[in-house]
Design a protein. Structure first.
Lengths: 154, 120
């Protein structure tokens, strides 16, 4: 039987860009512009990017890691849009057939001395991905392995 | 909520702590449950003070907590630090950081498109 668990995370990222809020907002609203930065690096296969930027509109992206790993799928629904100022959307992520997380994201654009202060807030729930205390040991040892491998690449 | 700088510093501390096989062995042992300093020292071919120094690095990184009762110091894993590292590895925040880096490059490019090279 599958172990069920939830792990909640919230993080905020702030960035300052030397561009007016309308231009930064446009980079989120226009599909051609957004594809330029939202999609993964060219070494990843990005497929089927769709953006319907309106309240109730959907956004989809599939990406495959190099070396043919599982496909990551991103599906989003726009909840609130204030042109030039705010975007609120909910999205989920699948790896293969498994939904791994559901998130709420808020992006705010404020005028700033140099141009725009962009504030991104994400609240996410990771599903069934974190072992309960009974199998914490195996999960932790796996993580140590990954960290040790990551250290070797530094 | 940690700033990017704080998170970066915390990850540096974590990786430094795990960048030593003896310390990784200790963390591995603590995965199975709390242990006293002498229990942790048993499989290691080093002096007790060397073991204590390693533990200090682990505690400074936030991976391990310890408390003393009488003469016995007991150590245990602090899973919050590992969970933070795990989230970094899973890459959600870093995924967005990379995207926002690319957004910055895209915006900068819009203003100053790369000039075509002159023909000779």
């Amino acid at each position: 039987m599958k172990q069920r668990s939830t792990q909640h995370t919230t993080f905020v990222i702030e960035r300052r860009y030397a561009a007016q809020p309308a231009r930064v907002f446009a980079a989120w609203a226009d599909p051609a512009a957004k594809a330029r930065w939202f999609n993964g690096p060219s070494t990843w296969q990005n497929e089927g990017y769709v953006l319907d930027f309106r309240v109730g509109g959907r956004e989809h992206l599939r990406t495959g890691a190099p070396g043919g790993g599982k496909v990551h799928q991103y599906d989003c629904c726009y909840q609130d849009i204030v042109p030039g100022a705010r975007i609120v959307y909910s999205y989920d992520m699948h790896i293969g057939d498994v939904r791994i997380s559901v998130s709420l994201a808020t992006v705010e654009f404020q005028p700033d001395a140099a141009g725009t202060l962009m504030k991104f807030t994400e609240q996410a729930v990771f599903l069934d991905g974190y072992d309960d205390s009974g199998s914490r040991e195996r999960g932790t040892q796996e993580l140590l392995g990954k960290l040790a491998a990551a250290l070797e690449t530094i | 909520m940690m700033s990017r700088e704080q998170q970066s510093a915390a990850l540096d501390g974590l990786f430094q702590a795990l960048g030593d096989p003896a310390r990784r062995g200790m963390v591995d042992r603590l995965c199975r449950g709390p242990a006293s300093v002498s229990e942790l020292a048993k499989p290691l071919a080093m002096t007790l003070s060397a073991v204590v120094q390693h533990l200090q690095v682990l505690e400074a990184s936030g991976l391990v907590r310890s408390h003393k009762v009488g003469r016995v110091r007991t150590c245990q894993l602090d899973t919050a630090a590992l969970e933070s590292a795990e989230r970094w590895l899973v890459g959600r925040r870093s995924l967005w950081e990379a995207r926002f880096d690319r957004l910055g490059e895209y915006l900068a490019e819009q203003v100053e498109p790369r000039k075509p090279t002159k023909k000779h």
